[in-house]
Write a protein that binds this ligand. Structure first.
Ligand SMILES: Cc1cc2nc3c(=O)[nH]c(=O)nc-3n(C[C@H](O)[C@H](O)[C@H](O)COP(=O)(O)OP(=O)(O)OC[C@H]3O[C@@H](n4cnc5c(N)ncnc54)[C@H](O)[C@@H]3O)c2cc1C
Length: 340
């Protein structure tokens, strides 16, 4: 039996596609190759412009465009209706959403409309078989929707064998964005939706855009501080090291909870998922919840005064020592190197 397409909900704002949608197209392409099927992109928007071309280059084979003046801003009901329309036309096997605020709002509405299941906040997706012990029935190619559960103490694999499409939201930054291939071409499928006054009962009357000051997901270097930093004042050491090597500041949840640094700096299961070229963890023990957000970093340097700290089990460079001594030494060495 041919597997339905692997579809991605495309989140955009004023014609700019969110990175998480492009990351998901790359993952959808890998899954589609395995299932010998195609990738669909569902694009509700006011005007599609050159977005379909970008979507093809990142992996889409079909772009379902739902253009409507009422889709300028992401509002739950009209957006969910647009995605449901695309799902009904495309009959996909799998639909993926970014676990953004919008994705977390729209995905359950679509799942409910399709009477299907949904796994929120996945950190991994795989294809594999499943045999139902009660009926003896084997499903050959199900989507394994993998995510931390029970406070991150276990990694759960969730499947949805009966109702389709299989649906998941996936955290931003978890899937690696592919390099765009501008020679890729695809098919554009325009769809229309009719929105009733009830569908449009929510109106945006004012919008206050707060500029994002911290960009952890796009950072090449992150210097993170944890409980071992010891105080708000001491967090300046982390800032100084980050400044001098051109990095962003990250933190463990424990440091955020202490009020040493704001929540937008938190890395981990309930913070941001990052994959920089260099991650320097200072006074961070390496709990499973912190690890979940940073272990895909290319190089991890850990500074910890406890040689048994779990972070040393997955750090590439291990520095056993007091961060109050080690960080100034690193700054000094970097300055010397810079002056050569
Ligand atoms: C549902 C749930 C979600 C969570 N989400 C997150 C999340 O997103 N991100 C996250 O980070 N945590 C998260 N946590 C919390 C997590 O379980 C840990 O409590 C937290 O990561 C610990 O932070 P830490 O490593 O800074 O502190 P600690 O575990 O207290 O570790 C401090 C480390 O600093 C070292 N140290 C002390 N003094 C020094 C010094 N002078 N020099 C060098 N090293 C020193 C110690 O040896 C120790 O290893 C979550 C927990 C739950 C239950």
């Amino acid at each position: 039996m041919k597997h339905g397409n692997v579809a991605v909900f495309i989140q955009q704002h004023n014609g700019k596609i969110e990175n998480v949608s492009l990351e998901l197209l790359g993952k959808a392409l890998d899954i589609a190759h395995e299932l010998k099927t195609n990738v669909s992109a569902y694009l509700p928007c006011e005007k599609a412009g050159d977005m379909p071309k970008i979507l093809f280059s990142y992996g889409a084979d079909n772009v379902y465009i739902i253009e409507n003046a009422e889709l300028k801003e992401i509002i739950s009901i009209p957006y969910a209706k647009a995605v449901v329309e695309a799902v009904k036309k495309d009959a996909p096997g799998i639909v993926l959403f970014g676990a953004t605020r919008a994705g977390r709002d729209i995905a359950p509405r679509v799942a409910s409309s399709m009477k299907s299941g949904l796994t929120a906040d996945c950190t991994e997706l795989k294809i594999g078989p499943y045999t139902d012990n009660k009926t003896g029935k084997t499903y050959e190619q199900l989507l394994y929707q993998i995510r931390p559960a029970f406070g991150g103490n276990i990694i759960a694999t969730i499947i949805n064998p009966v109702r389709h499409p299989q649906m998941a939201t996936v955290r931003e930054g978890v899937m690696k964005m592919k390099t765009p291939d501008n020679s890729r071409k695809g098919q554009i499928i325009p769809l229309t939706i009719t929105l009733s006054p009830v569908d449009l009962s929510v109106k945006i009357i004012n919008k206050i855009v707060k500029e994002k000051k911290v960009n952890l997901t796009g950072a090449n270097i992150i210097v993170s501080g944890g409980m071992g930093v010891g105080s708000k004042e001491n967090f300046d050491r982390i800032r100084e090291l980050a400044d001098i090597i051109g990095g962003e500041i990250g933190a463990s949840r424990a440091a955020v909870d202490q009020g040493w640094v704001s929540k937008e700096h938190q890395v981990g299961q309930t913070g941001v998922t990052v994959r920089p070229k260099l991650y320097i963890a200072c006074g961070i023990s390496g709990s499973i919840q912190h690890k979940a957000g940073m272990d895909q970093s290319l190089k991890i340097i850990a500074i910890n005064n406890n040689p048994e700290a779990p972070i040393f089990n997955f750090a590439h460079i291990k520095i056993v020592g007091d961060l109050n001594t080690v960080i100034p030494m690193m700054i000094e060495a970097y300055k010397k190197q810079d002056n050569k």
